[in-house]
Design a protein around this ligand. Structure first.
Ligand code: B12
Ligand code: SF4
Ligand code: SF4
Length: 271
């Protein structure tokens, strides 16, 4: 790692962040500085957690996620995946996010934040809109120019008082990642997609203007018989699969089935 002229503890924390991402198939999706008084981006329940750890002057959000199935080798062989936990992927993300956050020494103060914790939920989509400027697709999911709809967020770390050189270092690292993937074809996004095949692929028409009919979707999946299983159960959401962007990043079969089964189980539990 390049010398940063930072306190050794902070340099170690940044090094640990990188190590954890690299070894688990995760990537730095974005970095943004949050206005302390902007409640949309920094809801009070998150601000309070940071203020409990340190005196806050500035707040940086570091958003971590994955493209395609790059996390699958690490997650599927992890203790969390083998332990038969109710939410193993969340548990896996929590372990990694906490390890990273714990490395930031005072006076920086770091709080790990997870997308599934809530309600109230942390505004991951708003953060990533600010940090990476991804387009929101008609399905509500964000479209990545390389991975299409096949990406997700696993955790974020809110860091108080991060010095400018550390911020610049993280931005430079993010740029490196972007340059690596820019070599792949960047596809035109939803605004230039005339046909919008994602909107007509759902067998129960669950996507309507600005509305996702989760109930129809879940009923359809859960009521399909084993002998005549809904195609989405084995192939994943057909609306998501209909998108021509990022096809090479389509989750691999075990990964997509994991999410479909988790979705179906969660819905059954609420019936
Ligand atoms: C609640 C929730 C759901 C609910 C309701 C979604 C809804 N109508 O808002 C249900 C259970 C239906 C759902 C389903 C799915 N979700 Co969801 N969900 C969330 C969760 C936990 C909270 C969203 C929220 O309320 N945030 C709080 C608000 C205040 O902040 P915000 O997110 O910045 O606000 C934005 C959203 O509300 C968004 N929005 C508005 N309308 C809709 C509609 C939909 C369908 C979505 C997804 C977003 C969305 O616009 C706001 C401004 O940008 C987020 C994680 C998170 N913490 O954000 C994941 C999240 C949005 N879901 C995600 C995913 C992938 C899914 C699924 C595909 C299932 C899965 N896990 O694989 C499905 C199917 C959705 C689809 N369209 O196909 C990803 C999206 C990644 C991406 N590529 O954009 C997220 C970010 C989780 C993650 N770990 O990455 N989800
Ligand atoms: S099919 Fe077209 S409109 Fe739908 S998500 Fe993909 S690019 Fe966007
Ligand atoms: S999983 Fe299948 S039924 Fe549900 S929204 Fe996607 S395409 Fe429609």
């Amino acid at each position: 790692m390049k010398q940063l002229s930072l306190l050794p503890d902070l340099e170690n924390a940044l090094h640990e962040l990188w190590l954890q991402l690299d070894s688990n198939g995760l990537c730095l999706r974005g970095i943004a500085q949050l206005d302390i008084n902007d409640e949309k981006r920094l809801p009070p329940f998150l601000k309070q957690q940071l203020e409990a750890t340190t005196n806050v002057a500035t707040i940086t959000v570091v958003v971590v996620g994955h493209l395609g199935s790059r996390i699958w080798p690490s997650f599927s062989t992890s203790p969390e995946a083998r332990a038969n936990l109710p939410h193993p992927l969340d548990a896996w993300s929590q372990r990694i996010g906490r390890v990273v956050a714990q490395c930031f020494p005072a006076p920086y103060g770091a709080v790990p934040v997870f997308p599934s914790d809530g309600p109230p939920y942390a505004p991951f989509l708003t953060w990533s809109q600010q940090a990476i400027g991804l387009e929101t697709s008609p399905l509500g999911l964000q479209l990545d120019p390389v991975a299409g709809l096949w990406h997700a967020y696993r955790f974020a770390v809110l860091i108080a008082n991060l010095p400018e050189p550390a911020l610049q270092y993280l931005k430079a690292k993010q740029l490196e990642v972007t340059r690596l993937i820019e070599d792949e074809l960047l596809a035109p996004g939803c605004s230039q997609c005339q046909e919008q095949p994602c909107l007509s692929a759902c067998p129960v028409n669950a996507f309507q203007a600005n509305f996702y009919d989760m109930q129809s979707c879940a009923n359809y999946l859960n009521n399909s018989l084993e002998s005549q299983e809904a195609a989405c159960v084995s192939q994943s959401c057909l609306a998501r699969r209909a998108c021509p962007v990022g096809v090479a990043y389509t989750y691999e079969p075990a990964h997509r089935q994991f999410h479909m089964q988790a979705f179906m189980k969660a819905h059954k539990a609420t019936q």
